[in-house]
Design a protein around this ligand. Structure first.
Ligand code: BTN
Length: 309
């Protein structure tokens, strides 16, 4: 979003400001201030004019300007009403040298899930991908996925729903899938070049529209329609905070985990590990106590089993 418009919004957020004061502060003409205010109104910002000056009455529910306004971490928002996949777009931006960009879409027409699956992404959900260039070795990158799961669970908590996490990164409500994370990266042997963390959260959508392989739910179906702008801003602030100290991610993840202490079956692609999930170690490795001893699982599809299975 245009810097001048963001500065106008920041100024109006604290109360009414007159046109001449804004013009002097921004070093532009009063006519230019008026044009920016009109443009903001067209983007859905409700800006009232009175004798005291301009006053910001309300912010649009979603969209680029709404998300960028008052965003705490320093990410640039790129918003699309509809796009094939925010992860694919973020990867293209990475190839062009981009960083600290969050691609957000109202709808995805080719959403991608883990293990090559489709991710159904109707209008009303939260579909976003965070592109960063962290100074970490590639083996630490899974901690970014866990951080995204924790950030999502905390954002879901902030709207009054009690989220849990199934290893590695399924955010659930009442045992049904609410959100998933797809992390993609590129790097050298000792350093990550870029990471794209894609988060799909069934927010204001009907679970009947999700066509998911496993039972799925949405915030709309559990707590009702939520303000996606506030939720995304909370999520991004939590993610930025968690990734400043990767050692704190696994302990934060454990607070939401339902997998630990549970009997699990993990499909790892070429084999299957069955036993009790006893812990998660940095950067996200599941430790399973099997009949043959402890097994460390770094990736796979995890199913929670009933004790007798
Ligand atoms: C999973 O299979 O659990 C992960 C799903 C990840 C979906 C998100 S939606 C935003 C981003 N763009 C994509 O194409 N996928 C991820």
């Amino acid at each position: 979003m245009q810097q001048t418009r963001l500065r106008i919004l920041d100024a109006l957020a604290d109360g009414p400001v007159s046109g001449p004061d804004l013009a002097a502060w921004l070093d532009i003409s009063r006519n230019a201030v008026w044009k920016h205010v009109e443009a903001l109104r067209e983007e859905g910002f409700d800006i009232e004019s009175s004798d005291d000056g301009y006053r910001l009455q309300s912010v649009p529910e979603y969209g680029e300007a709404a998300l960028q306004f008052d965003l705490d971490p320093e990410y640039e928002i790129e918003y699309h009403e509809s796009i094939a996949s925010t992860n694919s777009r973020a990867r293209a931006l990475a190839a062009d040298g981009g960083s600290d960009v969050v691609v957000v879409a109202d709808e995805q027409t080719g959403g991608r899930g883990r293990l090559g699956r489709e991710w159904v992404s109707p209008s009303g959900g939260v579909w976003l991908s965070i592109l960063t260039r962290p100074d970490i070795p590639p083996h630490s990158a899974p901690a970014y996925t866990l951080a995204a799961a924790v950030a999502t669970a905390r954002a879901v908590q902030s709207v009054g729903a009690g989220a849990t996490i199934k290893w590695p990164n399924d955010v659930q409500l009442d045992g049904k899938k609410l959100a998933g994370i797809l992390t993609e990266m590129e790097g050298e042997a000792d350093r990550v070049s870029w990471v794209v963390v894609g988060i799909g959260l069934n927010a204001n959508v009907d679970p009947g529209d999700l066509r998911s392989e496993q039972p799925a739910t949405s915030l709309q179906a559990t707590v009702g329609e939520i303000n996606r702008r506030e939720l995304v801003q909370t999520l991004l602030a939590e993610f930025a905070d968690l990734t400043t100290d990767l050692d704190a991610v696994v302990p934060a993840w454990r607070e939401f985990a339902t997998t630990l202490g549970t009997r699990v079956r993990v499909e790892t692609g070429d084999s299957e590990v069955v036993g009790e999930a006893v812990d998660v170690a940095f950067p996200g490795t599941l430790i399973v106590e099997t009949d043959e001893g402890r097994v460390e699982v770094t990736t796979g599809d995890c199913e929670h089993l009933r004790p007798a299975e």
